[in-house]
Design a protein around this ligand. Structure first.
Ligand SMILES: Cc1cc2nc3c(=O)[nH]c(=O)nc-3n(C[C@H](O)[C@H](O)[C@H](O)COP(=O)(O)O)c2cc1C
Length: 332
């Protein structure tokens, strides 16, 4: 099962294992270093993964999640991004680039300005168990939202110029698009409102349409959704299902399921595939492939989750970070 091919949009992935996006913490001023290249070279060697998702890249400087984050905010980024992409392609895997804005999680000490978000609410994002930014964000005006959408679209275009096979839109772990999706962080009352699925996904919808219009039908377009906050008043599995149906209709080829404001872990759930209740519900409701990441340590874990129909593809994050040669059996 794990070794079976799978189609996603116009792409045939050689197997169902995915290297999840992992911030390598190796960049300087948003640009790659030799260490960044080594991170990808070691972990994608022999093309063992059907798909490699390159770590979150900030689409605009005020959306930097940390000082060591990779950027895709201007054309100068393209050359370095291309070098990562070339390594993954040379090794033999399909490669997509994750694009992101940290929203309320962007610290003034890193960006030099006040963070912006859907509303003026600060929550912990990125890393489970951390603290919210002490500086509250400023809610964006409609024009500012449109300008931000354009940054995502231009970032996707740069990803294409760098040679990637597609794009992964980051809407998980409490970052900007998740801040619009979660009713805990979206208190707006306009067309991007926090009380209807339509309002909570409007920014996603405009970004998806804009990206598709700009890069065309062929590139693999994935969206990483923080499907559930597992918090009172937060996003629910039923919200995730409705949102994913909307994203599929607009041209998303792959739905990448993770956590919302709980970030990438689920309290009290160390088991492999701990977001499997979300991905299973989404898988039943859409026709595009669904990717599940979280808690997988062995290929047997992945086989079990696929056999249980929890998802169509399985991602690994921390295990491949800790053991660079993890998953070599995929080549046997
Ligand atoms: C050090 C580190 C960096 C991460 N960076 C990203 C990232 O850039 N984008 C993202 O969507 N998720 C990121 N994640 C979350 C992982 O992609 C993954 O969802 C998470 O580690 C859970 O999967 P695992 O149990 O296989 O590690 C990161 C996680 C860790 C531990």
């Amino acid at each position: 099962m794990v070794k079976d091919k799978i189609r996603a949009g116009h792409w045939e992935l050689k197997n169902r294992m995915v290297k999840a996006p992992i911030h390598s913490e190796t960049c300087v001023n948003g640009r790659i270093t030799e260490e960044t290249l080594k991170h990808y070279k070691d972990r994608t060697e022999d093309g063992r993964f059907g798909l490699v998702v390159v770590e979150h890249c900030f689409v605009r400087k005020d959306g930097m999640a940390s000082a060591t984050q990779l950027g895709v905010e201007n054309d100068e980024a393209i050359e370095g991004l291309k070098r990562i992409c070339d390594i993954i392609h040379k090794n033999g895997s399909t490669a997509i680039l994750q694009i992101s804005h940290a929203g309320c999680g962007a610290l003034r000490s890193v960006t030099g300005c006040q963070p912006v978000s859907a509303s003026n609410i600060s929550v912990n994002c990125g890393w489970p168990g951390g603290k919210p930014n002490p500086e509250n964000p400023r809610p964006m005006t409609r024009n500012e939202i449109l300008a931000l959408e354009d940054c995502y679209i231009r970032a996707a275009e740069r990803g294409m110029k760098a040679g990637y096979d597609g794009i992964n839109i980051h809407s998980a772990h409490g970052y900007m698009l998740d801040q619009f999706f979660s009713p805990i962080t979206n208190k707006r009352t306009d067309e991007y409102n926090g009380y209807t699925i339509e309002g909570r996904t409007r920014i996603h919808q405009e970004i998806i349409l804009g990206i598709r219009h700009t890069i065309g039908d062929k590139p693999l377009l994935a969206l990483r959704l923080g499907g559930c906050d597992y918090m009172e008043g937060g996003t629910t599995i039923s919200d995730a299902v409705k949102a994913c149906q909307i994203f599929e209709k607009l041209g998303v080829d792959l739905l990448d399921i993770s956590g919302g404001l709980c970030c990438f872990t689920r309290p009290g759930h160390p088991e492999p595939g701990y977001f499997g209740d979300i991905s299973e519900a989404v898988k039943k409701a859409v026709n595009v492939p669904v990717l599940l990441t979280g808690g997988v340590k062995t290929l047997q874990d992945a086989e079990m989750l696929l056999a249980q129909q929890k998802a169509d593809l399985i991602g690994v994050g921390r295990i491949i970070t800790a053991q660079a040669n993890w998953g070599k059996e995929l080549l046997d």
